[in-house]
Every structure is written in structure tokens, then in C-alpha cells.
Design a protein around this ligand. Structure first.
Ligand SMILES: Nc1ncnc2c1ncn2[C@@H]1O[C@H](COP(=O)(O)OP(=O)(O)O)[C@@H](O)[C@H]1O
Ligand SMILES: CC(=O)OP(=O)(O)O
Ligand SMILES: [Mg+2]
Length: 464
């Protein structure tokens, strides 16, 4: 039996799933258990460990509960915590008195059975195919950390822990950037000196690619289309948020760029800003004309030097961790923002900062949906919502839906939209059933980057 562990180090979470490779059907690895540590960037972290009802596995003993874990402060401690839970659960499988049907083969969860560990690595640079991580690849990912400061470093620390704790398993990197390898040259290029751009690799790479690859396959299956004929606009809105125009199953434009900072706002990232904003954001506050600042210096104008020197690493820290809806509202939890922007009780005052954060995200989403509708020349089969916010916020979906009906998208069905969380399957239709023929669909996809990696790993097993 071959076990595949798939690890997804997101900016605010660590999601880990364990799969079993099925030799006669490697494209569909069997999910055994899944775990999530969320709110890593705003502790206390929340940890969950869910065992799937699988023949040969005493899944009942694990149950499903979410616990608050103040000791998990980063991705590495989240990963080690997961491994401890896995070892405990695996050991209990051996000693437990679970009853199994006679012909059931007991699933052995001994960590030594884990043959492959897939790691989501957000920035792969020029690499597009998954690669087994050796020393050279480790340093390549490390060098790209400046271009994905919330992600590559965290993934490397998890990779390091995985190699230490499970030395017999192969660690394989799967890159988020890979799905965008077909971006047309004029989309990928910035309007800068192309000699410098080529020398330094300064171009749009795009991210959330494992999620978009999963969405493309699952939505194509749902719409009974070949993926190579599928045209969709996909929105992955989580702690990091992006949009992608997909034509013929391939990414032809996406909102993130050289780094995961550009495009839509996220929990701690502003999304698109005027590039010079950062210099002014970090400058000293200018007192009203004629007044003196706290040091008693009269400030005449910007030319007098209110801009202070900001080290690039300080600018990077601010851009990645001090902006976005956390800066607007004080919380990274978009669910809380929605609740406070749309209070259920009429007595509850509507709080402007939450409304501002909500409307700002909505506005930016509409800008990209409108643009990508044109990029696809209106030939769009569906708009697809995914990611923590996209999958869980019916309010975000209904507001986007209302605004884009004018482009020929089917109206959002209230009951279907609000029932998404309890619906089965990877793809849910939230459009009204009596949709006119030819109208564009509104879908939600429960995206699964871990499954996307496990599938790739299982298919390619013989080639590693
Ligand atoms: N019910 C909800 N409504 C709106 N947003 C939610 C809800 N539940 C979680 N979220 C948001 O989802 C985000 C996490 O998204 P996710 O895609 O899982 O994270 P990551 O980007 O770390 O992979 C959090 O920032 C949280 O605010
Ligand atoms: C690329 C990116 O921002 O990923 P995540 O949303 O998982 O943080
Ligand atoms: Mg994510």
C-alpha cells in the first residue's frame, strides 16, 4: 500500500491530507484523512483532524473536532502537531479493538508507509513540472522566497521538518505558478525594459494554480465538457485572493503577478495599489500647513523630505502583513466582516469600516470579472467561486451575482446559494434552475489543492 501525504502551506493556514494510491486507478487517490490548521497568522490557531469513513479504517475513534491550539504559532509547528496526531491515530488503529468486515484489508497508517510527500510551493520561477526536492531544488525555492515571502519560506520549513521526521519519504514540490505557464506574452510582460525583465525574471507568474487546475477539471466534469473546451472565470478568494480567466482549460490571464501581492485585496495584502503608495505610506505624517510636527520641525512640503528611507524588507513586511482587510477592520476573518457589515438585527449599528472592507473587495472583484469577461470575448460558460471566502460567503456570491446579471449570467438562487455548505460534491450550481438556454452559469467549487497534488503524484509514481 502506498500512502501519499499532501501539504498545502497557505498564507493563513496549513492543510494536510493523507491519500492512498489505488494502483488500478491512480488518477483517483482515496482520501483517508484530512486536517486543517487555520488562523496561523492571527493566533490562536484552530486545528481540525477528520478521518474519512473508509473500509479498513477505524474512523469512528477519531471523530471530528476543532480545537484551539495556542502553541501552534507557525506552519512548521502546525505540521509537527499534525504528525503527532497522525502517529497517535495510527497507533490506536493497531491496538484498538475495532471490528472490521472479514474481507476488509486493514489500512496501515504507520508513517513509514508514507512514500511521497507533496508540498504546495507557491513560487516555482521557471519550473513548471513537479520536482523531487533535493539540495539544489531546496535552494532554488529558497532563492524565490523574496517573491513569495508569506509562502515559500513557510513551505521550506515544513519541507525541512518532513525530511527530518520522515527521511524515507520522497518530498516533491508542486508549483502554484505552473498552471499559468501559457499566459500570452503580452499578458505576462510588464511595460518595462525587456532586457532587464528577462535578466531578472520580472514578469507576471500568477498563483493559486493548483486550485485553478482542480477547478478546471472538476467544473469541466460537472458541465460534461472536455477540459480543453472549457471557458470560465474563476475566483479563488481566501486569505490570498485572485481571479483567473481560463480559455480552453488554460490560464490566459490572472490577477496576481510577479508576486502574490497584486490584484485583489486579501486578509493582510492590499491588492493593486499605486506602486509609489508605499513610499508615502511610510513617510512621516505631515502636520497641517503652518504647524510643527512632533519634533518641532516645520514641514514645508513633500520636497522637504517627509519621505523617510524605508528598507526594502520593511516595505515587504508592510505590503504582505499590514494591509488588506485586517488593516481596514482589525480582523482577518472575512466571515466576521460580513456579519458586521450586514447585521441581522436592525438595532445593531452598521459599522462603516466593515462595510468599507466588504464594498472594496466587491468592487475589485467586479473589476476583474468585467475585464476577464472581455478577455474571453463574452464566451464564458461559468463564473466559479472558490477559496475560504468564495466557498463560505453566500453574501459575497449574491452581491457579485446581482452585479453581473447584466452580462448574461444566470441569477443566483437564494436557497441554492445559502445551502452550499451542506451540499455534496466538489461543484455546486447556485444559479436559478429556470435559466434561459445559453445563459452563463454561477458555480461554487470546493477547491482542493491537496487532492490536485496527490492525483499528480499518484499518476507519476512510476516516473519519480
Ligand atoms: N463563513 C465565512 N465567510 C467569509 N469568509 C470566511 C468564512 N470562513 C472563513 N472565511 C475566510 O476564509 C479565509 C481563509 O481562506 P483559505 O482559502 O482557507 O485560506 P488560505 O488562503 O490560507 O489558504 C480566512 O481569511 C477567513 O476570513
Ligand atoms: C498565493 C496565495 O496567496 O495563496 P494563499 O491564498 O493560500 O495564501
Ligand atoms: Mg490557500
Amino acid at each position: 500500500m502506498t500512502l501519499i501525504l499532501a501539504v498545502n502551506a497557505g498564507s493563513s493556514s496549513l492543510k494536510v491530507s493523507l491519500f492512498q494510491r489505488i494502483s488500478h486507478d491512480p488518477a483517483v487517490p482515496r482520501l483517508l484523512l484530512t486536517s486543517s490548521t487555520s488562523s496561523i497568522s492571527s493566533p490562536p490557531s484552530k486545528f481540525s483532524f477528520t478521518v474519512i469513513n473508509t473500509p479498513g479504517l477505524d474512523w469512528c475513534s477519531a471523530g471530528h473536532k476543532e480545537t484551539s491550539e495556542p502553541d501552534i504559532l507557525d506552519h512548521e509547528s502546525a505540521f509537527r502537531h499534525f504528525l503527532d496526531k497522525l502517529a497517535q491515530f495510527g497507533a490506536a488503529q493497531h491496538t484498538g479493538g475495532a471490528q472490521h468486515a472479514k474481507d476488509e484489508v486493514k489500512v496501515n497508517l504507520n508513517p513509514s508507509e508514507i512514500r511521497n510527500i507533496c508540498h504546495r510551493v507557491v513560487h516555482g520561477g521557471q519550473y513548471v513540472d513537479p520536482v523531487v526536492i533535493n539540495e539544489q531544488m531546496y535552494h532554488h525555492i529558497e532563492k524565490l522566497s523574496d517573491l513569495a515571502p508569506l509562502h515559500n519560506g513557510a513551505a521550506l520549513r515544513v519541507i525541512h521538518a518532513a525530511i527530518k521526521v520522515l527521511p524515507c519519504a520522497r518530498s516533491i514540490a508542486f508549483f502554484d505558478t505552473a498552471f499559468h505557464k501559457h499566459l500570452p506574452a503580452h499578458v505576462a510582460a510588464y511595460a518595462i525594459d525587456q532586457d532587464v525583465a528577462k535578466r531578472r525574471g520580472l514578469r507576471k507568474y500568477g498563483f493559486h494554480g493548483l486550485s485553478y487546475a482542480f477547478i478546471t477539471r472538476e467544473v469541466a466534469r460537472y458541465l460534461r465538457k472536455d477540459p480543453s473546451t472549457l471557458n470560465i472565470i474563476a475566483l479563488h478568494i481566501g486569505s490570498g485572493a485572485s481571479a483567473c480567466a481560463i480559455r480552453g482549460g488554460k490560464s490566459i490571464d490572472t490577477s496576481m503577478g510577479l508576486t502574490p501581492l497584486s490584484g485583489l485585496p486579501g486578509s493582510t495584502r492590499a491588492g493593486d495599489i499605486d506602486p509609489s503608495l508605499i513610499f508615502h505610506y511610510t513617510s512621516r505624517d505631515v502636520p497641517p500647513e503652518g504647524e510643527k510636527d512632533e519634533e518641532g520641525t516645520r514641514i514645508m512640503s513633500h520636497k522637504d523630505g517627509v519621505a523617510r528611507e524605508v528598507h526594502v524588507s520593511e516595505a515587504e513586511r508592510i505590503l504582505n502583513t499590514q494591509m488588506g482587510w485586517k488593516a481596514l477592520t482589525g480582523t482577518t476573518d472575512f466571515g466576521e466582516i460580513v456579519r458586521k457589515a450586514f447585521p441581522s438585527s436592525a438595532n445593531e449599528p452598521q459599522n462603516n469600516q466593515y462595510t468599507l472592507a466588504f464594498n472594496l473587495l466587491l468592487d475589485r472583484i467586479l473589476h476583474f470579472v468585467g475585464a476577464y469577461h472581455l478577455v474571453l470575448r463574452g464566451d464564458v460558460h461559468a463564473l466559479v467561486f472558490a477559496g475560504g471566502v468564495g466557498e463560505r460567503s453566500s453574501v459575497v456570491r449574491s452581491k457579485v451575482g446581482e452585479a453581473i446579471e447584466c452580462l448574461g449570467y444566470v441569477s443566483v438562487d437564494k436557497a441554492a446559494n445559502e445551502g452550499v455548505e451542506s451540499a455534496e460534491g466538489a461543484v455546486m450550481d447556485i444559479g436559478v434552475k429556470r435559466s434561459e438556454h445559453g445563459s452563463k452559469r454561477m458555480l461554487v467549487c470546493r477547491t482542493d489543492e491537496q487532492k490536485e497534488m496527490a492525483r499528480g503524484c499518484a499518476i507519476m509514481e512510476e516516473y519519480w
